[in-house]
Write a protein that binds this ligand. Structure first.
Ligand code: FES
Ligand SMILES: [Fe+2]
Length: 327
């Protein structure tokens, strides 16, 4: 049996210390980052917001989340059909996420009103979209844009050969701060030396003249010590609250990391809160990856953990950006 080091295209990265790597601040100009952000913010979302991971919405209990200031409750019929609706009971306002789901109906805990996806006077369900990994809800009043029949989804690997994991965190900032953090790939090996080695931005395109609007980086995902898995990754924003990283060359080509920023509401101090809902959809033609897929239930928490560690730091970046631009 070959060692994992021979099966994976591990590369020994040049010896360097954190302080001696090449500074990236000259390339990471505020104008470049802000230009990419402004173009993303102008794209239509059709008022679709990522509510949660698809598997968080279940047929045996309701799920509740405030999205863009709107209290939302979501559940599924026994056949898996998802529903989302206002989170307050139309009778006296009980929080429906504290109720129960019985044969596709949401039962209010206060007086037993049963509500189905068909709606009730004064209680109209919202359009939902289950993309297989994430559940989206369309909030037209909160979104204020021209509604679209479905969310703008990034290109993804075929579900059959892929492994998906979703991690959710929340921070005190707005969605644009989360997207701006990712539109600064230059911070990669400086700010996340535990994950990335030798990150280099090799292309910054602004989408003019019909070309792509993306940033392409060469980077190694750190495995242990100086060993890394080198990949080329492209970052783009299909809609204003999503930034996607596609692995375009190297191990896991075709894999996607989708970062979705969902506005929640204001906290007690009047500071906006934003959820970062990140879906890692990994694929690889390698034999080892088939084995990895079989181990999926065990791997998922690990994938979530890796994303969490990065996101603790990235949220600090996003919160700092929000603080500086609003104080
Ligand atoms: S508040 Fe829900 S049934 Fe009365
Ligand atoms: Fe980061």
């Amino acid at each position: 049996m070959p060692s994992p080091a021979r099966r994976l295209p591990l590369r020994r990265m040049p010896a360097t210390t954190w302080a001696r790597q090449a500074p990236t601040w000259r390339e990471a100009t505020p104008a470049r980052i802000d230009g990419a952000l402004q173009r993303a913010l102008l794209r239509p979302s059709g008022n679709w917001f990522v509510l949660a991971a698809a598997d968080e919405i279940r047929a045996d209990r309701p799920f509740g989340r405030v999205v863009a200031g709107v209290e939302v409750v979501a559940w599924r019929d026994p056949d898996g059909t998802p529903h989302a609706a206002p989170g307050a009971c139309p009778h006296l306002g009980a929080p429906l996420c504290r109720g129960a789901v019985e044969a596709g109906s949401l039962i209010c805990r206060w007086h037993g009103l049963a509500l189905s996806g068909a709606g009730f006077p004064g209680w109209q369900p919202f359009p939902v979209h289950d993309d297989g990994v994430l559940l989206w809800v369309r909030l037209d009043e909160a979104g204020g844009e021209e509604p679209l029949p479905a969310p703008v989804l990034p290109e993804r690997p075929q579900e059959a050969g892929s492994l998906a994991a979703v991690a959710t965190l929340a921070g005190r900032c707005e969605p644009q701060d989360v997207v701006a953090n990712r539109l600064d790939p230059w911070h990669g090996s400086w700010f996340h030396p535990y994950s990335f080695v030798g990150l280099k931005v090799v292309e910054v395109s602004d989408g003019k003249d019909g070309g792509p609007d993306r940033m392409v980086v060469d980077v190694a995902f750190k495995v242990a010590g100086r060993l890394g898995v080198p990949v080329r990754a492209a970052f783009s924003c299909p809609e204003p609250r999503t930034i996607v990283m596609h692995i375009v060359e190297g191990e896991g080509t075709g894999s996607v990391v989708e970062t979705h920023a969902t506005p929640l509401g204001m906290d007690r101090d009047g500071v906006p809160r934003t959820a970062v809902i990140e879906a890692v959809i990994a694929t690889s033609p390698r034999r080892g990856f088939t084995a990895a897929r079989k181990a999926a239930p065990a791997l998922r928490p690990l994938m979530r953990h890796a994303a969490r560690r990065l996101w603790r730091d990235d949220l600090a970046y996003a919160e700092r950006r929000y603080f500086l631009r609003t104080r």
